[in-house]
Design a binder for this molecule. Sequence first.
Ligand code: UDX
Length: 187
Amino acid sequence: MQNPVKTIKTNTLGTINMLGLARRVGAKILIASTSEVYGDPMVHPQPESYWGHVNPIGPRACYDEGKRVAETLAYSYAKQENVTVRVARIFNTYGPRMHVSDGRVVSNFVMQALQNLTITVYGNGKQTRSFCYVSDLVDGLLALMASTYSMVATGAAVEDDPQRRRPDIAVAEKNLKWSPKRAYREL
Ligand SMILES: O=c1ccn([C@@H]2O[C@H](COP(=O)(O)OP(=O)(O)O[C@H]3OC[C@@H](O)[C@H](O)[C@H]3O)[C@@H](O)[C@H]2O)c(=O)[nH]1
């Protein structure tokens, strides 16, 4: 990632600006989200109901978390401000008119093959992706914008209440020599 700070600013502040504009002019707004909201997923294939497995401070975090915040903003504006939002989680898309230095795998391999350069397979090459041809993506986005379907939840307040929380404090114990002093029974 070339510019992590600009990446997260664009995804957060940029989305706030656009959602504010949509509210002002009464527009329906499409949030072009990403499969990256699932991080390195533990569930395959990934349904919309899956919350993901994202490293919040990893090298991709500004993009992944920025997009997650963008989705949160969209649904918050929908619930609180009645903005009509549609969120599409776009997977790896390819097709004509990709920029030669886009950097994604399909255009990289095509450019490398055309220039007789070595194909750059990152890592062990065992990773997989689902690729979507650009016209299929456009068809899907048009259908989404034309539909009345929205994922805005209307359930009870406890709908995403975490089932378990318990911190592993080994790192703080080792590096900070910190551990909690008070047990429940003393309070
Ligand atoms: O030259 C390359 C480029 C990429 N790769 C590999 O190919 C795989 C795909 O990587 P890409 O850079 O094309 O993109 P990704 O699939 O990770 O994400 C991209 O498409 C999906 C969208 O949701 C994301 O927003 C977008 O960044 C990765 O495992 C990557 O390591 C190579 O082996 N060589």
